[in-house]
Ligand binder design. Structure first.
Ligand code: F6R
Length: 630
C-alpha cells in the first residue's frame, strides 16, 4: 500500500517549504498506511533522511526539532508488507553511499534473488523490506544519469511499483516510475510534485499529468518529461482538475467513523439525488449501454473486497430477484486466479470505495482482457477504477476517512439497487405500480436512518455490556467472542456486522449463515459468546427463530435486530440479567432495502464497543484504508 509524495520547487517560488508540503501530504495519505513514515531531502546538496515508526506525528516532531527545510525531497507513509513496522524498515531507503534515496509503493516479488545478487556484489542492505533492493539496483546501474539508472533498475523488477528516486548528484530533479500502483504528477508554478493521489496536491496545483503503467518521468522545477520503460518519449496531456481542495475535518465529532455513520441520511439521499423520480424511473448519468448489450447479457459477476464484497452479496440477491439473470459474487482477490468464464455476454460489476484496491483493479483488467465490459461502482471520483472501467456509477458518499467503511457501504447498496432497477426497467420486468412502491421505500430511507441514529440508547447499553471488564479473563474483558447470524439478505449484513466489530474492537466476531450453525459452528456457542441475530427477512423468519432457539438452548446470550412492529421476538429471547434491552429496533421497509437499515445499528455497535474497549477506532491496528497491494 503506502503513500508517496515528492516535491521539487525553487526557493524563489511562492510555494511553501517542501518539507511542510510533504508532511502535510503524508497526513492526508495516511489512509494508505500509517505504521511508519519517513522523509528524505537535499540539504546543502547532501541527502538527509528522517524515519520514524508510527503515524506521521512522531516524524513531524523530529523534523521540527532538527529544523529540516528544503525545496526538494521525497516522503512516504508505510503499510508493512515485508518487514515489521520499525524505523529501519520505514522508507526512504538509501544506497550504500547514501547518495540516492528511494520511496516505493507496491511489492517487488523477486526481491529475494535480487537481494542475494546485490549482497554478492557487496551491497549492504539494512532493512527487511522488498523495497530496499530498488535503490541498490539504481546504484548498481548508475553511471552519471539517474533517469537511465532507474530505467535499467526497473527492468529487473517483477511485481508492482510506484517509485520516486532522489540523488544528491542531481539536485534539481526527481525520477519517478509506475507499474500497477498509482502515481500522478502535479504541475505548479515554481515547482512540480509527485504523489499517490490527486487530492493531496490540490492546495498547490490543479494541473496534473496522470502516469500510466509502464511510464516514468523526470520532474524538475521548470518541467516534466515523460518516457516509457524503453526510453521513448511519451507526449502527455496536462489535465486541469476542477475539484475543490476537499480537505475534510471531524466537524466537531470525536472520530471520523462516528461522523461518517451519522452522515448516512445525507449520503444515501445524495446517492439517489437526480437518479430516481417518484414513479420509480431510474436515470443513471453516463450509464448508456450499446444496442443489444443488456438483452444479450448472460451472466453478471460482482467483484469486490471486504465491506464492498458484502455490498456485492446484497447486489447478487437483488439482481437475481429483479432480473432473473445468473449473478456470481467473487472476492476480487480470488476472481482472476480462478479462470472465470468471461466473454462479451458477461458484465462485471466492480465495487470499491477508494477505486484503488489492487485486487479489484486486477479483476477489472482480467475481465476486460477476456472481452467483458466492466461497470464500476466507486466513491472516489478521481480514482484509477473510475478511469479504468467502461462505465462508472459514483456513489456520492463524500470523503470517507475512517478506515472502517460505513457510509460508503450503504451508498454502494443504493447504487446497486438503482442499477438493478435500471436494468429491469430496460428489460420491462417491473410493473409501474411496483416501481412506485419501491421508489417510495427508497425515498423514506434517509428519514428512517435518522430515526435509528436518534434512538440509539439500546445500542449504547449493549456496547457497554459487550465491552464490560473481567479481571479474571486474560484479555481483561468479559467477552472475547461474538457471533452474528442471519439468513437471506441478513447473511451479508451479519458478515458486515462481524467484520466491523472485529476490525474496530478486536473482538473475535464471526458471522454464520444461520442455517449453517448446526453443521459444525454451533460447537463454538457458549454462555460467553453473545449472538447477534438479524431478523429482517420475513421469508425466512420462521427458520431464523428456530436457529435462535438452538443457540438459546446452548445458553448463549442473544441480541436481536428486528423491525419495530415485530412484537413476537420479545417472547422468544430470554432476558439477559445485566442488559436492559436486547432487541434493537429498525423501521420497517421492503426486504431488499432492509440491509441498509440493519447496517446502521451494527456500525454503531462496532464503534461504541471499540471506544469502550479503548481502541483507535479511526485507524485500527494493522489496517489501511486503501489496499493497493495484492
Ligand atoms: C472494512 C473496509 C475494507 C474495505 C476493502 C475494500 O471496513 O473498509 O474491508 O471495504 O478494503 O476497499 P475499497 O472499497 O476501497 O475497494
Amino acid at each position: 500500500m503506502c503513500g508517496i509524495i515528492g516535491c521539487v520547487s525553487s526557493l524563489q517560488s511562492n510555494i511553501p517549504d517542501g518539507v511542510e508540503i510533504m508532511l502535510g501530504g503524508l497526513e492526508r495519505l495516511s489512509y494508505r498506511g500509517y505504521d511508519s513514515a519517513g522523509i528524505a531531502v537535499l540539504e546543502e546538496n547532501r541527502i538527509k533522511v528522517i524515519k520514524r515508526k508510527g503515524k506521521v506525528a512522531p516524524l513531524a516532531e523530529e523534523v521540527k526539532r532538527v529544523g529540516l527545510q528544503s525545496c526538494i525531497g521525497i516522503a512516504h507513509t508505510r503499510w508493512a508488507t515485508h518487514g515489521e513496522p520499525s524505523d529501519k524498515n520505514a522508507h526512504p531507503h538509501l544506497d550504500c553511499k547514501g547518495h540516492i534515496a528511494c520511496v516505493h509503493n507496491g511489492i517487488i516479488e523477486n526481491y529475494l534473488p535480487l537481494r542475494r545478487h546485490l549482497q554478492q556484489q557487496g551491497h549492504t542492505l539494512l532493512s527487511d523490506t522488498d523495497s530496499e533492493v530498488i535503490v541498490h539496483l539504481v546504484e548498481e546501474h548508475y553511471t552519471g544519469n539517474l533517469e537511465e539508472a532507474v530505467r535499467e533498475a526497473i527492468q529487473r523488477l517483477i511485481g508492482s511499483f510506484a517509485l520516486v528516486a532522489l540523488s544528491q548528484h542531481h539536485p534539481h530533479s526527481l525520477i519517478v516510475a509506475r507499474k500497477d500502483c498509482p502515481l500522478i504528477i502535479g504541475c505548479g508554478q515554481g515547482g512540480n510534485f509527485v504523489a499517490s493521489d490527486i487530492p493531496v496536491l490540490l492546495s498547490y496545483t490543479k494541473k496534473f499529468i496522470i502516469l500510466e503503467n509502464g511510464e516514468m518521468a523526470k520532474i524538475s522545477v521548470d518541467g516534466v518529461s515523460v518516457s516509457n520503460f524503453s526510453g521513448d518519449k511519451v507526449s502527455k496531456d496536462i489535465q486541469q482538475i476542477e475539484w475543490e481542495n476537499g480537505k475534510v475535518d471531524k466537524g466537531g465529532y470525536s472520530h471520523f467513523m462516528l461522523k461518517e455513520i451519522e452522515e448516512q441520511p445525507k449520503s444515501i439521499l445524495d446517492t439517489m439525488r437526480g437518479r430516481l423520480n417518484s414513479d420509480g424511473l431510474v436515470k443513471l448519468e453516463g450509464i448508456e449501454f450499446p444496442a443489444g448489450f443488456l438483452s444479450n447479457l448472460q451472466r453478471i459477476y460482482i467483484v469486490a473486497c471486504g465491506t464492498a464484497y458484502h455490498a456485492a452479496m446484497i447486489g447478487e440477491h437483488i439482481f437475481e430477484d429483479l432480473l432473473r439473470i445468473p449473478v456470481e459474487v467473487d472476492l476480487a482477490s480470488e476472481f482472476r486466479y480462478r479462470n472465470p468464464i468471461l466473454d462479451k455476454r458477461s458484465l462485471v460489476i466492480a465495487i470499491s470505495q477508494s477505486g484503488e484496491t489492487a485486487d479489484t483493479l486486477a479483476s477489472i483488467a482480467e475481465a476486460q482482457a477476456r472481452g467483458s465490459r466492466v461497470l464500476a461502482i466507486v466513491n472516489v471520483v478521481s480514482s484509477t477504477m473510475s478511469r479504468q472501467a467502461d462505465w462508472t456509477l459514483h456513489t456520492r458518499a463524500g470523503a470517507e476517512v475512517a478506515v472502517a467503511s460505513t457510509k460508503a457501504f450503504t451508498a454502494q447498496q443504493i447504487a446497486l439497487f438503482l442499477l438493478a432497477l435500471r436494468f429491469s426497467q430496460h428489460a420491462g420486468r417491473i410493473a409501474g405500480g411496483i416501481m412506485e412502491d419501491i421508489a417510495h421505500s427508497l425515498m423514506a430511507l434517509p428519514a428512517q436512518v435518522q430515526s435509528i441514529l436518534d434512538n440509539s440508547k439500546p445500542v449504547l447499553e449493549l456496547c457497554r455490556w459487550l465491552a464490560s471488564k473481567d479481571t479474571g479473563n486474560n484479555s481483561g474483558f468479559r467477552f472475547n467472542d461474538c457471533f452474528f447470524i442471519g439468513r437471506g439478505l441478513d447473511d451479508p449484513i451479519a458478515r458486515e456486522g462481524a467484520l466491523k466489530l472485529r476490525e474496530i474492537s478486536y473482538i473475535n466476531a464471526v458471522a454464520y449463515a444461520a442455517g449453517e450453525l448446526k453443521h459444525g459452528n454451533i460447537a463454538l456457542i457458549t454462555p460467553e459468546s453473545p449472538v447477534i441475530a438479524l431478523l429482517t427477512q420475513d421469508r425466512v423468519r420462521g427458520k431464523m427463530v428456530s436457529n435462535i432457539m438452538e443457540v438459546i438452548a446452548r445458553q448463549a446470550p442473544v441480541i436481536a435486530v428486528a423491525y419495530e412492529d415485530d412484537g413476537q421476538i420479545a417472547e422468544v429471547i430470554p432476558p439477559i440479567a445485566d442488559l436492559p434491552s436486547q432487541i434493537i429496533r429498525i423501521p420497517r421497509t421492503i426486504a431488499w432495502l432492509a440491509p441498509i437499515l440493519a447496517s446502521i445499528p451494527l456500525q454503531l455497535i462496532a464503534y461504541y464497543t471499540g471506544i469502550n474497549r479503548g481502541c483507535d477506532v479511526d485507524q485500527p491496528r494493522n489496517l489501511a484504508k486503501s489496499v493497493t497491494v495484492e
